[in-house]
Ligand binder design. Structure first.
Ligand SMILES: NC(=O)c1ccc[n+]([C@@H]2O[C@H](COP(=O)([O-])OP(=O)(O)OC[C@H]3O[C@@H](n4cnc5c(N)ncnc54)[C@H](OP(=O)(O)O)[C@@H]3O)[C@@H](O)[C@H]2O)c1
Length: 292
């Protein structure tokens, strides 16, 4: 039973392949990447697969039983078509099962700046369910790493600001997501299901407090307005170069938290066969990784 992971040079794919190696070894694993030379896992088969090209993807999926389709990055390209291309290629190559890594959301995000992005994820879920393939949708919670980094960076000014207010969500590390994704890929017991992969539900203030505790710092959380948030984000050259649309999408994630759209019930244990790590433990692991 050969498993292929797409977007294989990326962070989630790399972590998922590490866990898959623990489960099935290297022989039956295949990394499908737009840039195969960037795949970081040694001694596994790599194949060329760009989400823009059905023909190339179909070749890449030859002899594959299960495809883990990592969602395409947000940008100025047609992500709906990209996901459709992967699904079409999987069907043409006689793949049996496809697992798609989506994003959590209970629908309340409809009135946020995140909705446009979310619609792409939901369309991919629909296209997959209508494909005739065996399927699993793993809806991922927000990456803990990214926001932890921003909170720790805020130690110089002593205040961490965003627009989430008292909204709650369950942060999760890429490694925890990858562990559950690997388990879902190798077992058929969750086929035909949409599963939320999230950690303990927390407010931003609670997340900041846990971070303070683990890092021995003293930061407070402050809620700001949407306009202030966009102005802050646009000060970051990595964001401003991609335009205000991207800044609004990023801010939209926190609007979604604020309105309760990302406060979803966790299916982690069902997916992974064990409970998700407590947020405190995940923060401690990130601290240890940062300190090398
Ligand atoms: N849950 C969250 O908080 C969260 C946060 C950020 C993103 N996401 C979503 O989760 C996905 C995976 O995250 P990640 O951390 O693994 O992202 P990442 O490390 O940035 O990796 C993105 C991957 O997408 C690949 N890619 C880009 N365009 C492609 C194309 N046309 N065809 C095939 N592959 C292509 C990149 O390949 P190259 O190396 O060739 O560029 C790279 O391997 C993201 O793409 C995004 O949709 C979720």
């Amino acid at each position: 039973m050969k498993i292929a992971v797409t977007a294989a040079s990326g962070g989630l794919a790399t972590a998922t392949m590490k866990h898959l190696i623990n489960e099935i070894g290297t022989e039956d694993l295949c990394a499908v990447a737009r840039s195969p030379e960037k795949v970081k896992i040694p001694r596994i088969e790599t194949r060329h697969g760009d989400y823009q090209t059905i023909k190339e993807l179909t070749k890449a999926f030859s002899g594959i039983d299960t495809v883990v389709m990592i969602s395409a990055p947000v940008g100025d390209w047609d992500r709906v078509t990209m996901h459709q291309n992967v699904i079409t290629a999987a069907k043409l190559a006689d793949v049996r099962k496809l697992l798609y890594t989506s994003i959590i959301g209970n629908g309340k995000e409809k009135d946020t700046w995140f909705w446009q992005t979310q619609q792409v994820n939901r369309q991919a879920e629909i296209d997959l369910q209508e494909s005739g393939l065996q399927w699993i949708v793993a809806r991922n919670g927000l990456y803990l790493e990214k926001d932890l980094h921003h909170i720790v960076q805020a130690k110089d000014i002593g205040v961490y600001k965003n627009i989430a207010g008292n909204g709650k969500t369950g942060y999760i590390t890429v490694d925890e997501l990858a562990y559950a994704t690997a388990k879902l890929a190798i077992s058929d017991s969750s086929n035909g299901q949409i599963l939320n992969l999230v950690g303990d539900t927390l407010t931003q203030a609670q997340l900041v407090n846990l971070t303070n505790q683990v890092f021995g710092i003293d930061i407070r959380y402050e809620s700001i307005t949407d306009e202030e948030n966009i102005a802050e984000l646009m000060k970051d050259p990595n964001i401003s170069v991609r335009g205000e649309k991207v800044a609004k999408m990023l801010a939209g994630c926190f609007q979604a938290v604020r309105v309760g759209a990302f406060d979803v019930k966790s299916d982690y244990k069902r997916a992974a066969g064990r409970a998700v790590k407590p947020t405190l433990q995940m923060i401690q692991e990130q601290r240890d990784a940062m300190r090398g």
